[in-house]
Design a protein around this ligand. Structure first.
Ligand SMILES: NC(=O)c1ccc[n+]([C@@H]2O[C@H](COP(=O)([O-])OP(=O)(O)OC[C@H]3O[C@@H](n4cnc5c(N)ncnc54)[C@H](O)[C@@H]3O)[C@@H](O)[C@H]2O)c1
Ligand SMILES: [Zn+2]
Length: 364
């Protein structure tokens, strides 16, 4: 047997800009044309974004091949939608020199990003997020994917955007419940990385809820700085990026056990409270810290207690199936202070005794 080694050079470092503003949608296209002049553009959006007028604001009078996802939301985040997008791009004579523009929430961003990752072995994607979830979380970080008929995000790829444009004015048309639930990821960011950001949230939450544009811009800047830093340190989720999972271990189980009646952010709010209670049990935190966190979540109007119809054993069972579980038990991200993740032996997600978790779920 002979052997020949092929050395694949480490991928070149690449950076992208996140541009944040209010009412900037109308000026995005000329900027993209300047930055990506030779690329044929293809827009992916959904019906709600189109009927809210955001698609027209983005395109102006331009005629651009566009795929409008319908129905909007998770049911369309299926691999079949990606097939339709790829075929629509082929019909529009687009090739390897094209670029996908994703205008929408996390659903559109995940679908369009994944389509970009696989179309002709990969074309760039520009993310234009329009929800509190997408502007704080999904548009930055390069995780893309769609569901199979069996599980969520069964198809996926890391495909970092070529640019991100955040127009906080697009949030004006977002439904109140979606708007508030999405802000839980902002609270999470503050908790894991920046106590000053937490103070800002305490101080300015009313303005945020009134959707004051200058405050929403500042919020977006905090979020992008925090998420951007974590992603830079660990682009492919080897270790440090796991800190973004704060509140998510129990939160994901709650979300699934509710039959997805709870929005993701609403379930994560419960998960954040649960993490806080675990921290108290492990003497990593005191009740007054958890009170501050609870107050902010209550003001957001998201749940801070387990709904009565959710059984603890079912939650434990779901946690054992967590995709990040080791020997059928997940790791937990915990904080030792507001703005600081507890790190044990270089690990950002740590083991917690199942009895402690069971006790917390009972109290929750
Ligand atoms: N890739 C990641 O890192 C990442 C992170 C978090 C969430 N996600 C994914 O994101 C998805 C959820 O995203 P989401 O919470 O943004 O929800 P979404 O994209 O489904 O949007 C929620 C609803 O709001 C509508 N909408 C969006 N923007 C609007 C606007 N500006 N005005 C009016 N209506 C608007 C949508 O049409 C939809 O009906 C999930 O599939 C989740 O898995 C991915
Ligand atoms: Zn989340």
């Amino acid at each position: 047997m002979s052997e020949h080694e092929v050395k694949i050079p480490a991928r070149q470092a690449r950076s992208y800009a996140i541009r944040i503003g209010s009412d900037i949608l109308g000026s995005v296209w000329p900027q993209m044309d300047a930055e990506f002049p030779k690329r044929g553009k293809f827009v992916v959006t959904d019906r709600n974004l189109a009927s809210a007028g955001h698609l027209d604001r983005l395109l102006g009078q331009r005629q651009v091949a566009t795929f409008v996802i319908d129905p909007p939301g998770e049911t369309s985040k299926h691999v079949n939608t990606v097939i339709s997008i790829v075929e629509a791009m082929e019909k529009a004579y687009l090739g390897r020199d094209s670029l996908i523009v994703a205008l929408g929430g996390g659903t559109v961003g995940d679908i369009a990003g994944f389509a970009a990752a696989i179309f002709k072995r990969g074309v760039p994607v520009v993310q234009i997020p329009t929800t509190t979830v997408a502007q704080a979380d999904s548009a930055v970080g390069g995780k893309t994917g769609v569901d199979s008929s069996i599980s969520k995000n069964a198809f996926g790829a890391f495909w970092h955007p070529a640019a991100v444009y955040i127009d906080v004015a697009t949030l004006n048309t977002l439904d109140e419940r979606q708007f508030r639930a999405g802000l839980v990821e902002s609270v999470k960011h503050a908790l894991i990385a920046d106590s000053q950001y937490f103070d800002f949230l305490e101080d300015k939450l009313n303005d945020v809820l009134e959707r004051k544009l200058d405050v929403l811009e500042e919020l977006a800047r905090y979020n992008c700085r925090i998420k951007g830093n974590v992603v830079e340190a660990d682009p492919n989720e080897q270790n440090q990026r796991r800190m973004l999972n704060y509140g998510h271990t129990i939160g994901h189980a709650v979300e699934a056990a509710s039959g997805f009646e709870l929005l993701h952010g609403e379930a994560i709010a419960i998960g954040i409270i649960a993490a806080g209670m675990i921290e108290i049990e492990l003497q990593l935190g005191r009740p007054d810290r958890l009170d501050r966190i609870r107050r902010i979540l209550e003001k957001l109007g998201v749940p801070v207690k387990l709904p009565h119809n959710l059984a603890e054993d079912e939650l434990i069972d779901l946690m054992k199936r967590d995709k990040k579980a080791v020997n059928k038990w997940p790791r937990f991200v915990l904080i030792s202070e507001i703005g600081g993740v507890f790190c044990r032996q270089g690990q950002w997600a740590v083991e917690v005794d199942p009895d402690v978790v069971a006790k917390v779920l009972q109290k929750l």
